[in-house]
Design a protein around this ligand. Structure first.
Ligand SMILES: Nc1ncnc2c1ncn2[C@@H]1O[C@H](COP(=O)(O)OP(=O)(O)OP(=O)(O)O)[C@@H](O)[C@H]1O
Ligand SMILES: [Mg+2]
Length: 225
């Protein structure tokens, strides 16, 4: 059960949206450089395609079954060292729900836990709101130190509660002008400017009006991707 609620913790959920090759996975690897996933904080990854051998230069422990993931996570959370643990392999909706529930169970307001949901679209059944425990982690996780990171290819795929619940929006190259227009109002940047982004370029919007910065990610060394 989530413990040690701390109302003073600021919400810092992040969404990442770009067309294929736009730099979403690279952004996760570089998240520490953007201040989104500090290296001294714990991370779990729902990694359907076993994409992550490392994360931001940190070793990634891998679990191939939900049971192993659960036991490893309990063990790692008991140790003082920060870690990255991935549940790898193809998963069902029920297993996605289990992953979210395990995060909630081990949430602790005194020790942040980042949850990375790659390819979230495969595990949400409605864009009107986030289902089940995912929604709970977004809405209630803040004071228990949960930080949700979700990845999408198109804005229209993002459930509204994830969109509203993500205080930080990372927007990379879009597939077409409609997608650029979609993000324009949400990140206070003209659609024409968003439409001009190329692979690895991005805008990141943080809480507040006009709080947007532009940047370009360094590509990853081949082996780290
Ligand atoms: N090691 C590398 N060296 C140079 N360029 C790279 C390297 N790895 C990836 N890239 C380029 O960086 C860009 C971003 O790749 P990345 O995998 O982060 O995109 P993505 O948005 O996650 O794509 P996808 O939707 O396919 O998962 C791509 O254009 C890719 O060609
Ligand atoms: Mg990717």
């Amino acid at each position: 059960m989530a413990r040690n609620p701390n109302e003073s913790i600021k919400a810092r959920h992040v969404l990442y949206c770009a067309g294929t090759g736009g730099g979403k996975t690279t952004a996760l690897h570089r998240a520490h450089e953007m201040g989104l996933i500090p290296k001294h904080e714990d991370v779990i990854i729902f990694d359907t395609y076993a994409t992550f051998t490392k994360l931001g230069g940190r070793r990634v422990f891998k679990a191939k079954t939900c049971k192993a993931f659960y036991h490893n996570l309990i063990k790692l959370r008991r140790q003082s060292k920060p870690f990255v643990l991935a549940l790898v392999g193809k998963r069902t909706l029920q297993e996605f729900e289990f992953f979210q529930k395990v995060a909630w169970a081990l949430a602790d307001g005194n020790r942040p836990l980042h949850i990375i949901n790659e390819e979230l679209i495969r595990f949400v059944t409605s864009v009107s709101k986030a289902d089940g425990q995912l929604g709970e982690n977004y809405q209630g996780g803040r004071k228990f130190g949960l930080v949700c990171h979700s990845v999408f290819q198109r804005g229209q795929e993002v459930p509204k509660s994830v969109l509203r619940g993500s205080q930080i929006k990372w927007v990379g190259k879009q597939d077409d002008y409609t997608d650029a227009e979609y993000w324009s109002k949400k990140i206070d940047i003209p659609a024409d400017d968003i439409a001009q982004l190329v692979d690895l370029e991005y805008y990141v919007k943080r809480a507040g009006i006009n709080n947007v910065t532009k940047g370009k990610l360094k590509p990853l060394p081949r082996r780290a991707a």
